[in-house]
Ligand binder design. Structure first.
Ligand code: PEP
Ligand code: MG
Length: 587
């Protein structure tokens, strides 16, 4: 058989190889089966029975997963139970059955297609992924219309799981059974549940392979390289041997990194630094801790809107923030108020389409225009703050007046809580993201108004260099080490240090060892990133002394291009500290 190599997105590093087991998915019917008016009541009862069975099934899986994998993984099923109880979803299904006089199968199929369309129109990978939660619940109801047992998706022997899409509950059930060597999917992105779960369980995974399900059959031999995002179908012996070697190296590296996660966050000469995690789901807190995170440096709260079809209530917000505060305690959690609007439009919010979304009504601009939503979020954060480890973080600030307005609103909400004798952290720190270059230039003034800064380099670089962060045609210009970017970031860090206030970098730049060293050389001590990268950053910083970095960085700032800076830094650091750059290839 011919060898086939496919490229996808590596979402969980490592290499897994073995026989393929294809997971069948629920195919929603494309047949609109009509019923007579007199049958509607029976059909509604049939749907209701399927929903009840689904509920029972979800409660059972939730308990099972909680026992096997811990609370944080069971939360997916709590979210699914909430979806299942969502009145708008259920009344929508019932309406299709009774008004169109059709079978439940068709009602589920239509509803699923409708959600798919809505979510597909959202140009944001993370938001699109949330569609699968709803599909997952609908598919379960669909299966339960027939009294069929849920299909056992997982092979008994060790196999590589290949599927079109693993719905969140399937992912939890399948991956928890300990007989999956690796996962390869047609669809999916970095922030899908499968990706998060696979990473936390250490199962190599590649997603976004488009049509791998059409290219393999059960029993084929396959290699999944989750580090480089590659899948190789029916490789010859020589390729198998090559990847066995790579697998062994990676496993050694991983063990080494796991040890690093438990070591102190200090440089060779004892200068402390703080690695923290960027997360989107509350269940990631424990995973983050296992990677060595000392707090949640960025909680992207917009995810809360994605787990439901209606607007989240104050109680919904409160439950999530309280959980975050409790699970991270005593470490801090920086809750970034919602960053939606622009591209990240949501069905329940009826956001206007804008001609230039990246420069439009997003983040704090959106929140200030939708005061009620914003107050609800602030109240919930305050109510959850009693333990004293929550922080409020405002995204996309452009001018000082926005902070003044936020502070007024915050005071208003605090006053109301005081009147109601509700407890909250009176001194809850308020910070601003530095993502708009204008805010970076005004850092010294902003610092008089807020308790801390958090530099969001993902957006800051895109706005400063005028390069769309997700446009592959201009990605060659997206350079975190561009001297202009470095000057700007250095000025912000220095302003914070001078003001004696805290500053964090929470963009992807903090996760790159070379960039992290440069930031450290500027005086940065707090780094927040996707938890998976924490060990390598810890390892890099633990392998060096402050003085070496400061000297190298000071000299590097004399260069005029990112390439020169990069080459110079690598040369300077490598000579003295080769360990800094020991990545997956070695160690
Ligand atoms: C950033 O812009 O750097 C950031 C952390 O925010 P997000 O990636 O959510 O836009
Ligand atoms: Mg941002």
């Amino acid at each position: 058989m011919d060898i086939i190599r496919l490229r996808g997105i590596g979402v969980s590093p490592g290499i897994g190889m073995g026989e393929v087991s294809i997971s069948e998915r629920v195919i929603f019917t494309s047949r609109r089966e009509a019923i007579a008016a007199g049958q509607v009541d029976d059909e509604l009862k049939r749907l209701q029975r399927a929903i009840e069975r689904t509920k029972g099934e979800l409660v059972r899986i939730k308990t099972d997963i909680k026992d096997k994998m811990g609370e944080e993984h069971a939360i997916i099923f709590e979210a699914h139970l909430l979806i299942l109880e969502d009145p708008s979803l259920l009344s929508g299904l019932e309406k299709v059955i009774s008004e169109d006089k059709v079978r439940s199968e068709w009602a589920l199929s239509r509803t699923n297609a409708r959600y798919e369309k809505v979510f597909e129109a959202i140009n944001d990978e993370y938001f699109k992924q949330r569609k699968s939660d709803i599909s997952d619940v609908l598919a379960k109801i669909y299966r339960n219309l027939e009294r069929k047992k849920e299909k056992k998706e997982v092979p008994d022997r060790l196999k590589v799981l290949v599927a079109h899409e693993l719905l969140p509950s399937e992912a939890a059930v399948s991956l928890s059974r300990k007989n999956i060597l690796a996962v390869a999917l047609d669809v999916g992105g970095q922030t899908s549940h499968t990706a998060i779960l696979a990473r936390s369980l250490g199962i190599p995974a590649v997603v976004g392979l488009h049509n791998i399900t059409l290219q393999v059959k059960n029993g084929d031999f396959i290699i999944v390289d989750g580090t480089d995002g590659e899948v190789i179908i029916t490789p010859p012996q020589a390729v198998r041997r090559e990847f066995m070697g790579k697998k062994e190296k990676y496993e050694k590296y991983r063990k080494d990194l796991q040890k690093t996660a438990r070591l102190e966050s200090k440089t060779l000469d004892g200068v402390p630094f703080v690695p923290m995690a960027n997360i989107e789901l509350p269940e990631e807190v424990n995973i983050a801790r296992s990677y060595g995170a000392e707090g949640v440096g960025l909680f992207r709260s917009e995810f809360i809107y994605l787990q439901r079809t209606t607007l989240p209530t104050e109680e919904d917000h409160l439950a999530i923030y309280s959980r975050l505060a409790r699970e991270a305690y005593p470490a801090p959690v920086y809750i970034r108020t919602i960053d939606i609007g622009g591209e990240k439009t949501l069905p329940q919010l009826k956001i206007e389409k804008e001609p230039n979304p990246a420069l439009g009504l997003r983040a704090i601009r959106f929140s200030l225009r939708n005061g009620d939503l914003f107050r609800t979020q602030l109240r919930a954060i305050l109510k959850a703050s009693v333990k004293g480890n929550l922080r409020i973080l405002i995204p996309m600030v452009t001018e000082i007046e926005e902070i003044t307005e936020v502070k007024m609103l915050l005071e208003e909400v605090k006053d109301d809580l005081r009147r109601r004798k509700e407890r909250f952290d009176e001194r809850i720190p308020l910070g601003t993201m530095i993502e708009v270059p204008a805010a970076a230039a005004m850092a010294d003034h902003l610092l008089k108004e807020v308790d801390y800064l958090s530099i969001g380099t993902n957006d800051l670089i895109q706005y400063y260099l005028a390069v769309d962060r997700s446009n592959e045609f201009v990605s060659y210009l997206y350079k975190p080490l561009h001297p202009a970017v470095l000057r700007l970031i250095r000025s912000v860090i220095q302003a914070a240090v001078k003001a004696g206030k805290e500053v964090t970098v929470c963009g992807e730049m903090a996760a790159d060892p070379l960039s992290a060293l440069v930031l450290f050389g500027f005086g940065l001590r707090k780094f927040s990133m996707n938890p998976i990268f924490i060990p390598r950053i810890k390892k890099a910083l633990r392998s060096i002394e402050l003085e070496t970095v400061e000297k190298a960085v000071a000299e590097a700032m004399g260069f005029r291009s990112s390439q020169e800076i990069e080459e110079f830094m690598i040369e300077k650091i490598l000579i003295k500290h080769p360990k800094v750059f020991l990545m997956s290839q070695s160690s």
